[in-house]
Design a protein around this ligand. Sequence first.
Ligand code: NI
Length: 389
Amino acid sequence: MNIKQLLTGCRAELIELYRDFHAHPELGFQEFRTQDKVSTYLSAIGLEPQQIAGTGVVAELRGSRPGPTILLRSDMDALPITEETALPFASQHPGIMHACGHDGHMAILLVTAKLLNSMSAELPGTVKILFQPNEEDAGAWKVVAEGVMTDPKVDVAFGLHLWSQCPTGTIDIVDGPQMAASYYFDLSIKGRGGHAGFAHESIDPIYISTLIIQAVQGIQTREVNALDPAVIMFTRMNAGSSATIIPEEAKLQGSIRFLYSNGKKLFKRFESVVKQICTAYSASYELSFKKGNDLLTNVPEIAACARAAAAEVVGPEKVTTEIRTMAGEDFSDYLVHAPGAFAFVGCHNPANGVSYPHHHPRFTIDEEALAIGVELHLQCASKFLKCAG
Ligand code: NI
């Protein structure tokens, strides 16, 4: 099969699909119109889409003979951001925006499904086409809980993200840890309120909070190996109501992220610092953690296979192994159950007015990257079905 030939004629459809998804963004687990559009498209090309995890969609594409099963996954959800792009196909839903590229991922995977289906007579095995809801709040667990990795068991999982830190025409796939494990914390420091002029009669939770914020930085810089990336970030602090009152309580939120295995001991050290500072100043505390994403780790053999596929798409000199990020990605949930790899497909192109980062109100993608995403999926599917077989 000649994949580049197959792609000719799909560019207009790709852009149309992307722009339609972009104009109609929906938040996580509320992707109803999106789900309907995806299902309708997959049915129209002859597949049998099934609902999964509420607003998700999965379809199986069977080759002409037995072989391995691979999973290709797109996310579906948008973000609670008011769009400021002024594009003619900007969001029609106030306060909601596709500001991460998931609209592009869906267009890419739909056209991939159509082209793969047209060549199914040449393919062995099975390709599971998965549209997953609620990536922004780690929704993959629900899709996994509903059995997407089994029956038939997935042998290789592959996903991609259009990536604003890479120029259009490049593809980045590293070996090993690629996107960080992320956990969120809620911390409440409880002191004793009182008059700002009689601080000696109070226990000031604001002062104690500042000591904690300072002290935990030492965990990152003095206790973790400098070659093991770790971040402890406070992102929210609420306390007080007036210039004259010392409050009873200060509430803090933030996240702990790490890009290496074995990072969970950061939690213990974090709590130990909180506890000892509170004890030193006669305050008490409550601390809870919520899991975001697991560490996303590419399996080297699969990543190498994906880079070989990428080289067919953009040429070997445009395939890089540079991007590791402290952002999280719930594609990691699939990699707990099957080996796989995740690719960053460059979509940054200031010449086309595309220069804002993910999650920015003016974020947009270079539409030239869409066809690259389709071709990468097709090349990967073809190689994985051969390699895994
Ligand atoms: Ni994203």
